[in-house]
Design a protein around this ligand. Sequence first.
Ligand SMILES: Cc1cc2nc3c(=O)[nH]c(=O)nc-3n(C[C@H](O)[C@H](O)[C@H](O)COP(=O)(O)OP(=O)(O)OC[C@H]3O[C@@H](n4cnc5c(N)ncnc54)[C@H](O)[C@@H]3O)c2cc1C
Length: 430
Amino acid sequence: VAYGTTVRTHLLNVPAGRMSGLADQPSHFLDWALARREALLDPPWVPDVGPSAFLPRRAYGAYLADLLEEAARAAGPGVGLERVEGEAVDIRRTAGGYRIDLGPRGALEAGTVVLALGNFPPGDPVLSDARGLRSPRYLANPWAAGLPGPVLRTDACLLLGSGLTMADWAVSLAEAGYRGRIVVLSRRGLWPQVHEASPAPCVLPGPGERPRTVRGWLRWLRGAADEGGGWRAAVDALRPETPALWSALGETEQRRFLRHARPYWDCHRHRLPPGVAATLETLRASGQLVPRAGRLLACREAPDGLDITLQPRSGGAPEALRVGAIVNCMGSESDYRRLDSPLVRRLLERGLARTDAHGLGLATTGEGRLLGLDGPQSSLFTLGPPRKGQAWETTAVPEIRVQAAALAALLLEGPAGGTWDPEPRLPPVP
Ligand SMILES: Cc1cc2nc3c(=O)[nH]c(=O)nc-3n(C[C@H](O)[C@H](O)[C@H](O)COP(=O)(O)OP(=O)(O)OC[C@H]3O[C@@H](n4cnc5c(N)ncnc54)[C@H](O)[C@@H]3O)c2cc1C
């Protein structure tokens, strides 16, 4: 999803030096990129290739494909990678493991299953009148199309959300010569910060001195931000330890964080590559891009566009606006109860999985075992985005590569006693 894009302005938001696919070989991606330096250079987007460069996501896709090919080639005897195309629509427990139903494409039997489900498209906004969302002018999945396509032919468009997907869209619209108005609507009008090198690293408090509350961490962040390294160093210092800090906060404080601090965390933690930030700034300064703080209330189809009503955050009467298109840039839907995925629905219905306490993904153990209604599933795992509720920081490559390596090691060890699940705790569903 992230790296299948073909758009040159869609850049990684993590510097190349930190994007190795292999946790134990930190420069693996950088070396791959340096070997292809001439092909990757693409000013002004990619003026250089080095550890602090923000390279195109499509290049990272090619890197991952190479890495997978290489792993398949180097696999030991008896180890094979088989690619099966199809949608898993159901999964059920069997005596020897699981049966995965692929609909018209048949079924697969597996002793162990890893659900690498990734990022689902954003959920639709909840509106008092949502009829316009059925129009082709509403792009529900911002990652589905390569180029802006029909949006380019409009006089004004609305980007709903002001995070990195908004930045992708605004920059690719500008790059494709779009002349219309780009209205960016977000609840608080917050804007992603830009990546900058920190003058000095920041050190986290020792385990015994760490705050136990969100308020305490905020106080620490403010203090650390005033020191030599600045706020970026402080935020970055939290990152490798985030899963442990998140779990130490406990459910009540986690909830407090989500309610009050999350939008501020998101725009400081998920930062823009400098070239992207500069383009956004130019668009803003020229008046073509108009950030708005408020809430979308309604969206109706009109003969030549979409009539929207928005409630400005500053108060006052709702405003009416006509736009040619809306792109949903609100971020991946993580509430699995709202997902339009037959597989997820069946997983939850069968009790093989349950959502985490905050509705951010699936409940798991520390090693990524799914927690079902009857407890940990011994041979059903997940990693990456579905573990957000359990680890908070789990959607980017630096975290996923560590989880993947740990999970691979666990699976290689094999289950105690020869089979993962000698006695399924739930009877197989006929
Ligand atoms: C737009 C975008 C940009 C990002 N940029 C960066 C970045 O610059 N740096 C960084 O570190 N991280 C970035 N991330 C985050 C991170 O890289 C992703 O979270 C990560 O790639 C997830 O990988 P994945 O393999 O788990 O999931 P995905 O890449 O989302 O893949 C999941 C796959 O599972 C398939 N699937 C789901 N359900 C089923 C089913 N029932 N049957 C069959 N197949 C199914 C989907 O079709 C999809 O192909 C970005 C994420 C996004 C969305």
